[in-house]
Design a protein around this ligand. Structure first.
Ligand code: NAD
Ligand code: MG
Length: 364
């Protein structure tokens, strides 16, 4: 029996479907026939992902009549930079890509962001397809059209909004992903549930362990719910003029923690996970969120072996790190605070002292 869930991202003439299921890599070629303008594609991936998943994707594309070139970028956030894109332009020229060719990103969020920026800019924009292979990229980064690279002075400073023609999510690819990466991606899953999907939250409370051990049906259910939730927000505010900011629930604290630890200690999803607990505690103070909600969020975070407390830094260090958050207008730090499970608010009027008090209480 076919088990594919399809989620539509409704963006007018830039609308596209997300296919989610097990075994989809081997059907990718068939699925892209009639979707892409031409027959020439360049797969952008990295060495690890290519080793595990490059061959079946290539075979499927070739069987469907596509002419396939494949190129690897080095692994790691330090290579998410403009020099990497420059070398990819060379690969595009060498592969003789033209206006009707397509770029296919096969990998995690880094490959997706870099390859998407390449697709957005090569010949002023060619067809782009996302084939995300980390849980984080399946539930978050492959949806919504933000593409780009880091500058030496800041993350994601260079980029574009560029929607793919299709997103193909084969949950089987997670079978080779390191456990720590699965758990980190799960931090963003908890975020999405808390943000806008009470049913997903309840599902995680009963079946979270199935997701973490990569049960195919549980994964399909969860990935689809996350894509649907993110698509819903992006449809309202594609270019982050307003409401899209709520996707940053837990991120004000999380980014500060990543800054303080120089992006060396925590995976992004780990920092977000502890940040979610902090956002709940802050909401207890400013919105009267019941403590039971915070407890339920903490239980989900703990069950995934994600951090529930902050390491020790001085109030001054925290203040500086929080004030660097890019969402800030002037000196005011913006926090996203849950009003209930499934509903969050963007607030720019919360005194930093309250956030610092929460961090103090949560410091080990
Ligand atoms: P990543 O791309 O670095 O992947 C994590 C690690 O897993 C890497 O070592 C990678 O090589 C490896 N890997 C990937 N798939 C694998 C597989 N199936 N089997 C084995 N190993 C595999 O990290 P990530 O967490 O996927 O993405 C992080 C990036 O995403 C950051 O740069 C972040 O800024 C970006 N991001 C973008 C958006 C967006 O909207 N565009 C949203 C969130 C995050
Ligand atoms: Mg995030």
């Amino acid at each position: 029996m076919e088990r594919i869930t399809q989620v539509e991202v409704g963006l007018g003439d830039r609308a596209y479907p997300i296919d989610i299921g097990s075994g989809l890599l081997t059907q990718a070629g068939q699925g892209l026939t009639g979707v892409l303008r031409g027959k020439k594609v360049l797969i952008v991936t990295n060495g690890i992902v290519n080793h595990h998943w490059g061959a079946p994707l290539r075979r499927s594309l070739e069987e469907a009549g596509f002419s396939v070139a494949i190129t690897e970028i080095p692994d790691g956030e330090t290579h998410k930079r403009i020099e990497t894109v420059a070398s990819l332009y060379d690969a595009c020229v060498a592969a003789r890509l033209n206006r009707t060719s397509a770029i296919i990103a096969l990998g995690g969020g880094i490959v997706g962001d870099v390859a998407g920026f390449l697709a957005a800019t090569y010949m002023r924009g060619i067809d782009f397809v996302q084939v995300p292979t980390t849980l984080l990229s399946q539930v978050d980064s492959s949806v919504g059209g933000k593409v780009g690279v880091n500058h030496r002075d800041g993350k994601n400073l260079i980029g574009a909004f560029y929607q793919p023609k299709r997103v193909i999510i084969d949950t089987d690819t997670l079978s080779t992903l390191p456990v720590r990466e699965v758990r980190a991606g799960y931090g963003e899953v908890i975020k999405t549930a808390l943000l806008g999907d009470p049913d997903l939250f309840a599902f995680l409370e009963t079946a979270g362990a199935d997701v973490l051990r990569l049960d195919a049906a549980a994964l399909r259910r969860v990935v689809a719910a996350c894509c649907r939730a993110k698509a819903g927000v992006v449809e309202q505010d594609e270019r982050e003029a307003g409401i899209r900011a709520i996707l940053n629930l837990g991120h004000t604290f999380g980014h500060a923690l990543e800054t303080l630890t120089h992006y060396q200690t925590y995976r992004h999803g780990e920092a977000v996970a502890v940040g979610l607990i902090a956002a709940c505690r802050l909401a207890q103070t400013v919105l009267g969120l019941p403590e039971t909600v915070t407890d339920r969020v903490r239980r989900l975070v703990q069950a995934a072996d994600l951090p529930v407390r902050f390491p020790a830094f001085s109030a001054e260090e925290w203040r500086k790190a929080l004030a660097m958050d890019k969402k800030n207008q002037d000196d005011q730090v913006t926090f996203i605070v849950p009003a209930a499970i499934g509903q969050s608010l963007v607030r720019a009027d919360i005194p930093l002292s309250l956030a610092l008090a929460v961090i103090h209480e949560m410091t080990e």
